[in-house]
Design a protein around this ligand. Structure first.
Ligand code: FES
Length: 198
Protein backbone atom coordinates (compact mmCIF):
# COMPACT_ATOMS: atom_id res chain seq x y z
CA UNK A 1 0.00 0.00 0.00
CA UNK A 2 1.33 3.37 -1.05
CA UNK A 3 2.22 5.59 1.85
CA UNK A 4 3.04 8.90 0.31
CA UNK A 5 3.35 10.55 3.73
CA UNK A 6 6.78 9.02 4.03
CA UNK A 7 7.87 10.90 0.91
CA UNK A 8 7.37 14.23 2.61
CA UNK A 9 9.97 16.03 4.65
CA UNK A 10 10.33 14.17 7.95
CA UNK A 11 10.62 17.42 9.94
CA UNK A 12 7.04 18.19 9.04
CA UNK A 13 5.27 15.03 10.07
CA UNK A 14 2.26 16.81 11.46
CA UNK A 15 1.66 18.50 8.12
CA UNK A 16 2.04 15.18 6.32
CA UNK A 17 -0.54 13.56 8.59
CA UNK A 18 -3.04 16.39 8.19
CA UNK A 19 -2.68 16.31 4.43
CA UNK A 20 -2.99 12.56 4.39
CA UNK A 21 -6.26 12.70 6.37
CA UNK A 22 -7.56 15.43 4.09
CA UNK A 23 -6.86 13.36 0.99
CA UNK A 24 -8.53 10.30 2.47
CA UNK A 25 -11.74 12.17 3.26
CA UNK A 26 -11.73 13.92 -0.11
CA UNK A 27 -11.33 10.60 -1.89
CA UNK A 28 -14.28 8.99 -0.18
CA UNK A 29 -16.53 11.96 -0.96
CA UNK A 30 -15.50 11.82 -4.57
CA UNK A 31 -16.47 8.20 -5.06
CA UNK A 32 -20.09 9.34 -5.19
CA UNK A 33 -19.25 11.56 -8.16
CA UNK A 34 -18.06 8.73 -10.36
CA UNK A 35 -21.25 8.29 -12.47
CA UNK A 36 -21.25 12.01 -13.40
CA UNK A 37 -17.54 11.91 -14.12
CA UNK A 38 -17.92 8.99 -16.52
CA UNK A 39 -20.82 10.68 -18.28
CA UNK A 40 -18.80 13.85 -18.67
CA UNK A 41 -15.86 11.82 -19.98
CA UNK A 42 -17.98 10.07 -22.60
CA UNK A 43 -18.62 13.36 -24.40
CA UNK A 44 -15.10 14.75 -24.31
CA UNK A 45 -12.55 13.59 -26.85
CA UNK A 46 -9.67 14.43 -24.51
CA UNK A 47 -10.72 11.65 -22.15
CA UNK A 48 -10.70 9.18 -25.07
CA UNK A 49 -7.16 10.20 -25.99
CA UNK A 50 -6.13 9.81 -22.36
CA UNK A 51 -7.71 6.38 -22.14
CA UNK A 52 -5.89 5.30 -25.31
CA UNK A 53 -2.68 6.44 -23.64
CA UNK A 54 -3.45 4.37 -20.55
CA UNK A 55 -4.18 1.41 -22.79
CA UNK A 56 -0.80 1.87 -24.45
CA UNK A 57 0.66 1.49 -20.97
CA UNK A 58 -1.60 -1.51 -20.36
CA UNK A 59 -3.26 0.38 -17.49
CA UNK A 60 -0.19 -0.36 -15.39
CA UNK A 61 -0.02 1.31 -12.00
CA UNK A 62 3.62 2.23 -12.40
CA UNK A 63 2.70 4.37 -15.41
CA UNK A 64 0.69 6.72 -13.17
CA UNK A 65 3.13 9.64 -13.35
CA UNK A 66 3.43 9.30 -17.11
CA UNK A 67 -0.37 9.23 -17.39
CA UNK A 68 -0.74 12.30 -15.17
CA UNK A 69 1.73 14.09 -17.44
CA UNK A 70 -0.35 13.19 -20.47
CA UNK A 71 -3.52 14.31 -18.69
CA UNK A 72 -1.92 17.67 -17.90
CA UNK A 73 -0.82 18.06 -21.51
CA UNK A 74 -4.36 17.41 -22.69
CA UNK A 75 -6.26 19.48 -20.13
CA UNK A 76 -3.73 22.09 -19.02
CA UNK A 77 -4.26 21.15 -15.37
CA UNK A 78 -5.45 18.26 -13.25
CA UNK A 79 -8.97 18.78 -12.02
CA UNK A 80 -10.69 16.54 -9.50
CA UNK A 81 -12.90 14.75 -12.05
CA UNK A 82 -9.88 13.98 -14.17
CA UNK A 83 -7.99 12.47 -11.22
CA UNK A 84 -11.01 10.39 -10.35
CA UNK A 85 -11.30 9.18 -13.96
CA UNK A 86 -7.65 8.12 -13.93
CA UNK A 87 -8.07 6.33 -10.60
CA UNK A 88 -11.11 4.46 -11.92
CA UNK A 89 -9.45 3.40 -15.16
CA UNK A 90 -6.21 2.33 -13.49
CA UNK A 91 -8.12 0.64 -10.66
CA UNK A 92 -6.18 2.65 -8.10
CA UNK A 93 -7.50 4.31 -4.93
CA UNK A 94 -8.35 7.95 -5.65
CA UNK A 95 -6.24 8.84 -2.61
CA UNK A 96 -3.12 7.52 -4.30
CA UNK A 97 -3.74 9.37 -7.58
CA UNK A 98 -4.55 12.55 -5.69
CA UNK A 99 -1.51 12.09 -3.47
CA UNK A 100 0.89 11.76 -6.40
CA UNK A 101 -0.69 14.70 -8.25
CA UNK A 102 -0.32 16.94 -5.20
CA UNK A 103 3.17 15.78 -4.30
CA UNK A 104 5.06 16.65 -7.47
CA UNK A 105 5.54 20.31 -8.22
CA UNK A 106 5.34 19.81 -11.98
CA UNK A 107 1.66 18.95 -11.75
CA UNK A 108 -0.85 21.78 -11.69
CA UNK A 109 -4.07 21.15 -9.82
CA UNK A 110 -7.25 22.98 -10.71
CA UNK A 111 -6.39 26.68 -10.61
CA UNK A 112 -8.22 28.95 -8.24
CA UNK A 113 -9.82 31.20 -10.84
CA UNK A 114 -13.61 31.10 -11.13
CA UNK A 115 -13.17 30.77 -14.91
CA UNK A 116 -10.44 28.98 -16.84
CA UNK A 117 -9.04 29.63 -20.30
CA UNK A 118 -6.72 26.95 -21.64
CA UNK A 119 -4.94 27.84 -24.89
CA UNK A 120 -3.69 24.82 -26.84
CA UNK A 121 -0.05 25.36 -27.80
CA UNK A 122 0.40 22.05 -29.62
CA UNK A 123 2.01 22.12 -33.08
CA UNK A 124 -1.18 22.36 -35.17
CA UNK A 125 -2.55 25.18 -33.05
CA UNK A 126 0.80 26.93 -32.80
CA UNK A 127 1.30 27.12 -36.57
CA UNK A 128 -2.19 28.59 -36.87
CA UNK A 129 -1.44 31.39 -34.44
CA UNK A 130 -2.05 30.04 -30.93
CA UNK A 131 0.90 32.09 -29.67
CA UNK A 132 -0.85 35.28 -30.80
CA UNK A 133 -4.10 34.14 -29.20
CA UNK A 134 -2.27 33.50 -25.94
CA UNK A 135 -0.40 36.82 -26.09
CA UNK A 136 -3.63 38.73 -26.63
CA UNK A 137 -5.35 37.09 -23.65
CA UNK A 138 -2.25 37.69 -21.51
CA UNK A 139 -2.24 41.37 -22.46
CA UNK A 140 -5.95 41.77 -21.95
CA UNK A 141 -6.09 40.00 -18.58
CA UNK A 142 -2.68 41.36 -17.51
CA UNK A 143 -1.48 37.94 -16.41
CA UNK A 144 0.88 35.35 -17.85
CA UNK A 145 0.03 31.76 -18.70
CA UNK A 146 -0.12 29.79 -15.46
CA UNK A 147 -1.41 32.76 -13.48
CA UNK A 148 -4.77 33.86 -12.08
CA UNK A 149 -6.08 37.42 -12.06
CA UNK A 150 -5.83 39.12 -8.64
CA UNK A 151 -9.64 39.03 -8.27
CA UNK A 152 -9.57 35.25 -8.86
CA UNK A 153 -11.93 35.53 -11.83
CA UNK A 154 -9.73 34.07 -14.56
CA UNK A 155 -6.95 31.49 -14.64
CA UNK A 156 -4.99 31.29 -17.87
CA UNK A 157 -3.26 28.04 -18.82
CA UNK A 158 -1.77 26.26 -21.79
CA UNK A 159 -2.05 22.68 -23.02
CA UNK A 160 -0.15 20.63 -25.58
CA UNK A 161 -2.57 19.21 -28.17
CA UNK A 162 -6.04 18.69 -26.84
CA UNK A 163 -6.94 16.33 -29.69
CA UNK A 164 -8.76 18.94 -31.75
CA UNK A 165 -6.10 19.69 -34.40
CA UNK A 166 -8.74 19.78 -37.16
CA UNK A 167 -10.26 22.92 -35.63
CA UNK A 168 -6.98 24.62 -34.67
CA UNK A 169 -6.29 26.92 -33.03
CA UNK A 170 -8.47 25.63 -30.23
CA UNK A 171 -9.07 27.19 -26.82
CA UNK A 172 -10.97 25.62 -23.91
CA UNK A 173 -13.16 28.09 -22.03
CA UNK A 174 -14.49 26.66 -18.78
CA UNK A 175 -14.21 23.13 -20.18
CA UNK A 176 -15.79 23.90 -23.58
CA UNK A 177 -13.45 23.21 -26.51
CA UNK A 178 -13.88 26.13 -28.91
CA UNK A 179 -12.65 26.03 -32.52
CA UNK A 180 -10.62 28.38 -34.73
CA UNK A 181 -9.86 31.11 -32.25
CA UNK A 182 -8.45 34.46 -33.26
CA UNK A 183 -6.80 36.87 -30.81
CA UNK A 184 -9.89 39.10 -31.09
CA UNK A 185 -12.34 36.26 -30.46
CA UNK A 186 -10.38 35.07 -27.45
CA UNK A 187 -10.17 38.53 -25.90
CA UNK A 188 -13.88 39.05 -26.52
CA UNK A 189 -14.62 35.75 -24.82
CA UNK A 190 -12.64 36.42 -21.64
CA UNK A 191 -13.48 40.14 -21.52
CA UNK A 192 -16.77 39.60 -19.71
CA UNK A 193 -15.02 37.53 -17.07
CA UNK A 194 -12.40 40.18 -16.51
CA UNK A 195 -14.67 43.24 -16.73
CA UNK A 196 -17.84 42.03 -15.10
CA UNK A 197 -16.83 38.99 -13.13
CA UNK A 198 -19.36 36.63 -14.77
S1 FES B 1 -2.30 20.97 -31.48
FE1 FES B 1 -3.98 21.96 -30.62
S2 FES B 1 -5.48 20.48 -30.76
FE2 FES B 1 -3.79 19.44 -31.53
Amino acid sequence: MWDWGEHLATDDEHHALTLKRMIASLSSRKQTRLPQVLEHASGDKRFKILEAHMKKHQFKHDALIEILHKAQELFGYLEDDLLLFIAYKLKLPASRVYGVATFYHFFTLKPKGRHTCVVCMGTACYVRGADKVLASVEASARIKAGETTPDNELSLLTARCIGACGIAPAVVYDGAVTPRQTPEAAVERVKGWIDHGH
